[in-house]
Design a protein around this ligand. Sequence first.
Ligand code: SF4
Length: 372
Amino acid sequence: MKKELGIYIHIPFCTSRCPYCDFYSNAGCREDEISRYAAAVAAQLVQWSRMCGEYAVDTVYFGGGTPTLLSLRDFGLLMDALGGHYDIEPGAEISCECNTADAEYLRGLRSLGVNRLSIGAQSLDDDELRELGRVHNSADFVRTYNDAREAGFDNISADLMLGIPCQSRESLHMTLERLCALKPEHVSAYCLRIEESTPFGKAVGRLPLPPEDDIAEMYLGTIKFLAGQEIEQYEISNFARAGYECRHNLKYWNCDEYLGFGASAHSFFGSERFSCPRSLERYLGGEYIAGRTKPSPADLETEYVMLAMRRTAGLVADEYVGRFGVDPHEKYRGRFSEFVRRGLVTADMSGYRFTPRGMLVSNTVLSSILDL
Ligand code: SF4
């Protein structure tokens, strides 16, 4: 039986740069430059397919950047490279990130085989979207969402952001109500992180950011609100109706294998981690691997605990025994006990998982128990 593999394809182009973003992406590129990049990704797909004979692909994820800046022709080129050189499982989840797109484009994507759309709403409050420097407004999001439904997408996710400058608990509540009225299958809700290298990072003292306590309340309120809509949390920042959890992203948190294609894309394959160069020039020059490491068994164990604990399922004892051959309670019972006492972690024979309040401080807790 073949092993399962996820494929990530990075499209590093955006219409303009959002001032908080530190993803690898380039603004203002011409259509012919984007087409040249798509041809290079198709070539990498063909070349790396030679090491994938024992694998069946069950998820594909087009991320960015803004993948919908690819023309439908270039999108088709990548789908052909996938279909022609990989064993794509029937029923594979094929996701594409999107900011705004028109109805014709969305129909084209759907007919190429994309079956899951992840739309970057961020907020449905136009003042907050302006604060974030987004080029779309809430009406653009709703139009794209409705057009996607009409194009036949029955698996739609929306990204939201918590902690936006000028955001309040009330404005977030309004965003959640408007979003849930559209009945999305999946919601991602990320807390805004201010990265030093970004324009937001340089202006951090002048940004009207909500107080930390309010952001914590927004996070806990989001978990509760979405649960009331039958959109249950399954990872720190991700929520889904039953059966609509993102199968591709679960691979990252389950430490399953995936290959990343395109500039800056990361892979975990054959017990090695490697990444493509974070440079268009180098990538277009045919350089596919900029860094490669083979994690030690101890590193793999640490990574597993860090990633598994992001899930609401947490560190599952049986899963841990299957991977590492030892009982996790011997190592972790004592280390988690203080956090169990403080109500940040729950523990039983089946494993360990964060409570919603624990998820707010998960990095601090994990640094402590993993001696990072
Ligand atoms: S559209 Fe997304 S990837 Fe592009 S700059 Fe904005 S946040 Fe970053």
